[in-house]
Design a protein around this ligand. Structure first.
Ligand SMILES: *[C@@H]1O[C@H](CO)[C@@H](O)[C@H](O)[C@H]1NC(C)=O
Ligand SMILES: *[C@@H]1O[C@H](CO)[C@@H](O)[C@H](O)[C@H]1NC(C)=O
Ligand SMILES: *[C@@H]1O[C@H](CO)[C@@H](O)[C@H](O)[C@H]1NC(C)=O
Ligand SMILES: *[C@@H]1O[C@H](CO)[C@@H](O)[C@H](O)[C@H]1NC(C)=O
Ligand SMILES: *[C@@H]1O[C@H](CO)[C@@H](O)[C@H](O)[C@H]1NC(C)=O
Length: 367
């Protein structure tokens, strides 16, 4: 009898311990997430996630103070690619995902009326419409692609006055994010676009939800710059943007625009996270920029990153806008001190120093 009671006590205590431990893990995960989701360049998730982080600008500014730690400052001179390392990374990443396949779902994977569970919200579903289905590519838009050099262009204000436009356009393949405006900033950001990402929320934020003719014109003019390059829409992440995705798709069909649509596979984000986790980078929700780098390793021999800068000031202490094209003020990291700085950026910086990629955060040499 006494023995049974003792057992029960031990059992209960263990259960309680497990419960608290799990709660703690969940909480620290959440914290990590809050810290990482809004990072840098191409934001990816829902608007509500953004608003919770907006309050944090002040603390990060304070924490950063006037000067950046030395290991974050530009060391772009004398950079050389390490082809051995690039090949190793490509091989490693291929164990988790194959960009050729995972960059987009294809027509044969669905039929109209099929149900898709949102990747980050499994309880909610989306029905594959005829419009969506008719725009799904027949084969991967990256099938058999191989480039000598690629640029992944983030949207940080650090690009302003960089004069990097020409250099960016000189790459064989240019990846851009969120339909950021180009023409007005061409000197600093360039014009060439081969692959452009677009979060559904951009339609609401920058194109008035395509509700009237003015907004639609504006959007169509931006799409015209894409010509027949790839427009990549993460349509299956979270519920909320489906109306916008449908609107965009209808417009593209109606006007017979030559853009080639792509919608990331249902496993892409998990695969990317898996890869970084095995490399001890606990990025719960990789940003679009990191996703693009990870995918680009599959088909680029040299990857150059521009416009990635998650700090409110540059190395010289000048203010840096969050986006180069608007006045939005989001925070860079919650509750941050220099040691809590965005993990993604730190990771990219480390890869830069080893010659796996080139991260340009200062002005580009002219001429
Ligand atoms: C942020 O800082 C400004 C001035 O530095 C201050 O007026 C404002 O109240 C602060 N906001 C928060 C949320 O702390
Ligand atoms: C390139 O990277 C490989 C793998 O990390 C390393 O063994 C090699 O020393 C590096 N080469 C140079 C020139 O840094
Ligand atoms: C998807 O289609 C099913 C059956 O046609 C319907 O019951 C459901 O409400 C639809 N879901 C959405 C999100 O439109
Ligand atoms: C169209 O919508 C935009 C954004 O919602 C608004 O600012 C603009 O006034 C509207 N234009 C017309 C002609 O209704
Ligand atoms: C669009 O693509 C066509 C065919 O590839 C090409 O001839 C044309 O120059 C491109 N236009 C722009 C603005 O890039």
């Amino acid at each position: 009898m006494r023995l049974t009671r003792k057992r029960w006590t031990i059992c209960t205590i263990s259960l309680l311990l497990i419960f608290y431990k799990t709660k703690e893990i969940v909480r620290s995960d959440e914290h990590q997430e809050a810290q990482l989701t809004s990072i840098l360049f191409c934001y990816f998730y829902s608007e509500s996630e953004l608003s919770t982080s907006r309050l944090m600008v002040n603390s990060s500014e304070k924490a950063l103070g006037k000067s950046l730690p030395i290991y974050l400052q530009g060391t772009e001179e004398g950079w050389r690619v390490n082809a051995t390392l690039v090949a190793m990374i490509r091989k490693d990443i291929l164990r988790f995902l194959d960009a050729e396949r995972d960059v987009s779902v294809v027509k044969s994977s669905f039929k109209p009326g099929d149900t898709i569970h949102y990747i980050l919200d499994r309880r909610r579903t989306l029905n594959v419409s005829h419009t969506l289905h008719s725009l799904l590519p027949e084969v991967s838009p990256l099938k058999n692609k191989r480039f000598r050099t690629c640029a992944v262009v983030g949207n940080s204000g650090v690009l302003l006055k960089s004069g990097c436009g020409k250099e960016i356009d000189s790459h064989d393949f240019v990846i851009r994010c969120n339909l950021a405006p180009l023409a007005k900033f061409a000197e600093d950001v360039g014009l060439k676009s081969d692959f452009t990402t677009m979060n559904p929320s951009v339609i609401q934020r920058m194109y008035g939800g395509l509700r009237n003719e003015t907004a639609r014109d504006c959007f169509l003019r931006r799409l015209a710059v894409l010509n027949d390059s790839v427009l990549w829409i993460p349509a299956f992440m979270v519920k909320g943007g489906e109306k916008h995705v449908e609107g965009v798709n209808e417009l593209i069909l109606q006007r017979k625009l030559p853009v080639r649509m792509a919608y990331p596979s249902l496993r892409l984000i998990h695969a990317v996270r898996g890869y970084w986790l095995t490399n001890k980078v606990n990025i719960k929700r990789p940003s679009t920029g990191l996703l693009m780098y990870t995918m680009a390793t599959r088909f680029c021999d040299e990857i150059h990153l521009y416009g990635f800068w998650p700090f409110p000031k540059d190395a010289k202490g000048n203010l840096v806008k969050y986006h180069y094209y608007d006045t939005i003020k989001y925070r860079y990291f919650s509750n941050a001190g220099p040691h809590r700085m965005p993990l993604e950026f730190k990771t990219l910086k480390m890869l830069h120093s080893k010659g796996a990629l080139k991260l340009t955060t200062s002005k580009c040499p002219q001429g």
